[in-house]
Design a protein around this ligand. Structure first.
Ligand code: SAM
Length: 349
């Protein structure tokens, strides 16, 4: 790049460097998590190199390399020979609580990113060739992981932790708060149901997911909740939807599928709802012009390369059109929620 480049070219160049070096630095962050560097520095700010070496047990030269990488990310700061978490590391990586990105990043490293080496072949052939690393003949990652509980646990811990971060846009919605009984289709590990149950103690919630996943959800369902949250194992395409619900939620589910499958799922939901019943579609929305959205881009690529071989972070207008197509009368969207999320709500006349 020449010295007299415009500020915009310099910005783009810096962004280019950040992105192309990102995979190495991303893995350095996860190694920092594996070694508990961030929680240690939270309790022991300004730790010396020697203290970190003793704590991590990593040979000096290797630790020197790792700490330089973590300082380059600006997640660690080094001053007068002492290492301290930056404010972002302190907030997002230092503890195990719901604000922690630990499980999200571990899932991206162990499951999402290894698959991306298959990207060209997956896009060229139109199938999720990244799935070849997982034994079986089932067409989706979710189905194949039913036979691999350890990896399935990592995937759901990652998705559940991200869902926890991105949930406020859903939790605080007044229309969902007024429901009597919500069916959470593809409800995963129960993170959403547990949070909704806590926020709205009068609401009943039924989590509908594959049997191997509702078994994981058993841990998230609050004990002593008097059956406020119930689990309904089954196949969301093939099995009937429970009746006696006045709301149906698809949270981070429709992104996974193509238009034909989405119309099938929405049609089933329409049938299961009474007159006046509401449907809630919550998840990633790419911008209308499809030019922005780092989270949306990563998710769409992951879905096509590995998870299902189709789907994307559709724009809200796609969801609105599909809801109208299956019969919902009133349809409205709240877009530009945090984490590139949106909520589209339909009402059955
Ligand atoms: C991306 S996850 C979303 C999980 C959760 N709703 C959330 O917001 O975190 C998609 C969910 O759909 C479920 N799923 C996919 N295909 C399914 C099927 N055929 N039957 C039942 N559940 C299915 C998966 O097991 C997974 O839990």
């Amino acid at each position: 790049m020449s010295f007299d480049s415009s500020p915009e070219t310099k910005r783009l160049y810096e962004r280019f460097q950040l992105i192309i070096n990102g995979p190495a630095l991303f893995n350095a962050i996860v190694t920092g998590l594996d070694l508990d560097v961030f929680p240690y520095l939270c309790k022991n700010p300004k730790s010396t190199f020697e203290e970190l070496r003793e704590y991590t047990g990593i040979p000096s030269h290797k630790l020197r390399v790792l700490l330089q990488a973590l300082c380059a990310t600006e997640l660690l700061e080094k001053e007068d020979g002492g290492y301290t978490n930056s404010s972002v590391a302190e907030e997002l990586l230092a503890d195990e609580g719901p604000e922690s990105w630990r499980h999200i990043l571990i899932g991206w490293q162990r499951i999402y990113y290894p698959a991306f080496t298959h990207m060209t072949s997956a896009l060229r052939t139109g199938t999720n060739t990244g799935l070849a690393s997982y034994p079986g003949s089932e067409p989706t990652l979710y189905q194949r992981l039913a036979k691999d509980p350890e990896t399935e646990g990592i995937l759901h811990a990652s998705m559940g932790a991200f869902t926890q971060q991105s949930m406020p846009g859903l939790l605080e919605n007044a229309e969902i708060g007024s429901l009597r009984h919500l069916l959470d289709v593809g409800g995963g590990d129960g993170t959403t149901a547990a949070a909704l149950a806590k926020r709205h103690p009068e609401m009943r919630i039924t989590v509908f997911d594959m049997p191997s996943v509702t078994r994981i959800a058993e841990q998230a369902v609050p004990s002593g909740s008097d059956g406020q949250v119930r689990l309904h194992p089954g196949d969301i395409f093939d099995d009937p939807y429970p009746r006696d619900v006045d709301g149906i939620l698809f949270s981070h589910v429709l992104e996974v599928f193509d238009a034909e499958q989405i119309l099938h799922l929405l049609g089933k939901a329409y049938e299961a709802l009474p007159s006046g019943g509401k449907i809630f579609l919550y998840g990633f929305n790419v911008t209308e012009d499809e030019t922005r959205g780092l989270l949306a881009a990563r998710l769409s690529l992951y879905l096509n390369v590995l998870a299902s071989g189709q789907g994307m972070a559709y724009p809200a207008t796609d969801y609105e059109a599909w809801l109208k197509q299956v019969g919902f009368s009133t349809v409205e969207s709240v877009t530009a929620l945090p984490y590139e999320h949106g909520l589209t709500i339909g009402t059955k006349a």
